[in-house]
Every structure is written in structure tokens, then in C-alpha cells.
Design a protein around this ligand. Sequence first.
Ligand code: NAD
Ligand code: FES
Length: 293
Amino acid sequence: MYKIVKKAQLTETIFQMEVEAPRIAKACKPGQFIIVKIDEKGERIPLTICDFDAEKGTITIVFMAIGASTYKMTSLKEGDYFRDFTGPLGMPSEFCDEPLEEVKKRKYLFVAGGVGTAPVLPQIKWLHNHGIDADVIIGAKTKDLVILEDEFKKYSGNLYITTDDGSYGRSGMVTDTIKYLIEEEGKNYDVCVAIGPMIMMKFVCLMTKNYDLHTIVSLNPIMVDGTGMCGACRVTVGDEVKFACVDGPEFDGHLVDFDQAMKRQTLYKTEEGRAYLAAKEGDTHHGGCGQCN
Ligand code: NAD
Ligand code: FES
């Protein structure tokens, strides 16, 4: 059982919870995710990690109430418990395992969209703690939906906030600010990390391809069970079939087939769609668990 030690509501539908999970907090690295289960019969919900504190033994998650299970999660209070809290899962961000001297030579641009802003925080915090200050763009539909601004101010070199309706910060989508920084401010970046809705990551990648700017994306949004068993997060990356929950969640965004991944996401919502995908994809439908059949 995993105790919720702190709960906050960040927007009408976005919630933050700090959960006691010492073993995960000790092992966790930026880029990884966890799976929660509210109770015995609950659905497994893969969620990105917003922060971790090895000393306190806690993991902070941020989630949006978009389905029955995440909606049920919103009713949990401080002092309540999750039945399961599993992790850390997935591969850490690539810079964690690269020689620090190499990472320090690079100029990073992070592009965080909506609730996808949360998993960017541990990445820029890690870089900041290792002496690297990255530029960050946070995009949200409106002022009310901008999250974690104060936390980002602590760890980012330059923070640019943009809202689709211009109600706060710059006006427009994150791609407008990328264009502005590169073309008008004359900024040079070596790596862009884009995390947010699939459509945002697709358009960021289309843009950064034009600048020949290496771009990493995080494919958490296409996960369903997070275990490699359901086949939901199957994605074509270059010439290869990958599973976001086992091989990712982070991939070279210029190699990801976003249109196919988004089409699968839609098909996966219905039983008929899932049956169609299983039949069409045959043995490659599932991930790497090896126990599916
Ligand atoms: P949103 O729809 O408010 O979009 C956030 C920002 O993305 C916008 O403000 C805009 O700047 C940018 N954007 C959106 N469409 C764009 C386009 N066509 N071109 C360029 N930029 C565009 O975001 P939301 O409602 O908070 O998003 C929720 C989604 O985020 C869910 O689908 C969830 O699965 C996903 N998510 C992703 C991750 C991840 O790891 N990638 C983590 C958590 C949540
Ligand atoms: Fe089910 Fe990856 S989320 S296989």
C-alpha cells in the first residue's frame, strides 16, 4: 500500500499527488514512469513522474482526470493509499547515461505542452543539478491551464510561457515560440525534447526537421496497460516496430510515424478496432512480455 502524503489541484481537471514509495524514489531517473492501481479491481494506469525525492522516499505524479479511473483517483485524499504503485518503468532519458562532459556541451530546448509539462520537470531539474541550464517553452490553451510555473522558474535557464489564446505570456502555439527563438532571437540548439499531446509532438518534429534539430519525444500518451502486453503502444520508429512502454517512452521524434500511432490510438478505443489491429499485426501486435499468447 502506498500512502498519498500530499494532494493539490492544479487546474479544474489536473491534480498533483506526492506518494510514499521509497524503493521507487531511490531508483528513479528522469524519463521513467510508474503504474498505479487504486484498488484490487482497479485498472492499471501508467503515469509520468513529475518529481522524485530519494531522501523523503516520495514520488510526485500529475494527472488529468480524463477517464473513469483517473476521475476516481481525484476522490483520493491525503492519507489514503494506492493499492499498487509500480516502477520505475521504461528507459531513462538518454542524457542520464551519457558522459556528463558530452551532455554539458549541448544546448537543450524543452517544449512542454499542457499536462505533458509535468514529466519535463525532472529532466530540467536533473540537468540543472548537473550544471546545465536548458531553455524551456511551456504551452497551454489558456492562462488557467499553465501548470508548475514556479517549479520551472527554479530550474530552467530561460522560461517562455505561451498560451493559445494569448491570455498569458506569449500568444500562439509552442511551435510559434520555437520559430521565434531560432529565427528571431538567433538561438542555436543541439537537442529539442518535446513532451505533450501527440499532435503537438508531431508538429514540433515537423518544424525541427526543417532546422535539422535532433528531437526527442515521449510517447506516454499511447500507453494503456504499460506492461508490453496489450499492444496499444505499438509504434513504428524508422524501420522498426517498437513498444513505447518497453522500448521507450522516449524516441527520436524524427523517426516516429505519428500519423500511424494516432490512428492506432483511435482504433484502440473500441473492441472492434482492437480486434482489427490484432488480426492485422499478427505476432507483432503485442510487446516484449513473451507471455501474451
Ligand atoms: P493541450 O491540448 O492544451 O496542448 C498543449 C499545447 O500543445 C498547446 O498549448 C499548444 O501550444 C501545443 N499544441 C497543441 N496542438 C498543437 C499543434 N497542432 N501544433 C503545435 N502545437 C500544438 O494539451 P493537454 O490538453 O494538456 O494535453 C493532454 C494530452 O497530453 C493528453 O493526450 C495526454 O496523453 C498528453 N500527455 C503526454 C505526456 C507525454 O509524456 N508525452 C505526458 C502527459 C500527458
Ligand atoms: Fe500496452 Fe505498451 S501500453 S503494450
